[in-house]
Design a binder for this molecule. Structure first.
Ligand code: ZN
Length: 346
């Protein structure tokens, strides 16, 4: 069997040059007086700076750990859709997506983009479509990150099954792009951003789909639930039981043609459980590197987010299973990625 291409479906540009954050801070400082700037043209980041920020960080670790290609999106906690209004988010999303596009142009063999959307609480999601289409058509992006809670921890939007979201789903189906369901920073003191809000959102998104018939309306819609699916695999029996009480079909039929999980689970027993409970066809390799958890596990001596080690060590996986997790499933869930790879003869 040929060696799989190691595709990491979940990476963010967390190492962007400081100028980006400084621009954003000025934008936030002038929320009430946007005429005072900053202008988009005031942000100047050279190709050399971009190259350096990637080569010293993500690309270095990818080479060390043996992954080939990362689906690369803007830093999730910086999306902060709760800040300002639609125009604030539109300008910010445009800047962040363009930087990911430039990274993918500088390192076409190693990065391909996924878009952040200019969501804003209470605003019609159809306003996100121009940015989505620009990213797909002009930048060659292969997916989007969809924030189910643009309020940042207060959950003021309708559930993902609500028709409110349908304009985005229609575009996703039309362009064959999946959405990673990904919240941003928490501005609710009860929820730590990466330790609680992210995992809560993963679990919440799954349950919103479970209680609804969303995928009857959109049979080809695909969601990737990150961070190993939050609490979902661990509580699979609860979810099966709840679905049964609600007279829903078996979860394999009801949700698993449309919902996938990544491997951003930072210890071996977690990956063992994920690969035991969730069918291998629904698991995609990812690390979310360089992201939430950057340290070294003293129990193993390896980085927590070096998730390839756990896949390699997961005893129950066959070579064919690993091929699916590393490459096959990503090509299936991200058809535009598959086409881009085929065009390169891969
Ligand atoms: Zn993430």
């Amino acid at each position: 069997m040929k060696q799989p291409l190691i595709i990491d479906v979940h990476g963010h540009y967390t190492t962007a040059p400081k100028a980006l954050e400084e621009w954003r801070n000025k934008q936030i400082a002038n929320l009430k007086t946007p005429e005072l700037g900053p202008k988009v043209s005031e942000l100047k980041i050279s190709d050399d700076e971009l190259r350096e920020s990637i080569e010293a960080n993500q690309l270095r670790l990818m080479k060390q750990r043996g992954s080939d290609l990362t689906i690369f999106s803007p830093r999730a906690s910086f999306m902060a859709h709760h800040i300002g209004d639609f125009n604030t988010s539109a300008t910010w999303a445009g800047i962040c997506n363009e930087l990911c596009h430039r990274v993918s142009q500088l390192f076409p063999d190693h990065f391909i983009g996924a878009a952040m959307l200019p969501q804003s609480p209470g605003v019609d999601v159809a306003t996100c479509i121009p940015e989505l289409e620009k990213c797909v058509k002009e930048y060659g992006f292969v997916g989007i990150n969809l924030n189910p809670d643009p309020s940042g921890g207060h959950w003021t939007s309708p559930p993902l099954s609500d028709r409110y979201w349908y304009p985005i789903y229609e575009k996703m189906v039309e362009h064959e792009i999946p959405a990673m369901i990904h919240v941003s920073t928490s501005c609710n003191a009860c929820f730590h951003t990466t330790g609680a809000h992210y995992l809560n959102a993963d679990t919440t998104a799954f349950m919103q789909c479970l209680t609804s018939d969303l995928f009857k309306d959109f049979p080809t819609l695909k969601f990737l639930i990150p961070h190993g699916g939050g609490a979902v695999p661990y509580h699979w029996g609860r979810f099966r039981g709840l679905a049964q009480e609600m007279k829903k079909p078996l979860l394999t039929e009801h949700l698993l043609n449309n919902i996938y999980f990544d491997t951003c689970v930072y210890h071996q027993p977690g990956i063992d459980l994920l690969t035991h409970v969730i069918p291998v066809d629904n698991i995609l390799f990812a690390s979310e590197m360089i992201g939430a958890v950057r340290g070294i596990d003293p129990e193993t001596g390896h980085y927590y987010d070096d998730t390839k080690r756990y896949i390699e060590a997961a005893g129950r996986l066959s070579e064919q299973d690993r091929f699916k997790i590393y490459e096959g499933n990503a090509r299936k869930v991200f058809p535009r990625l598959d086409k881009a790879l085929q065009q390169k003869g891969q």
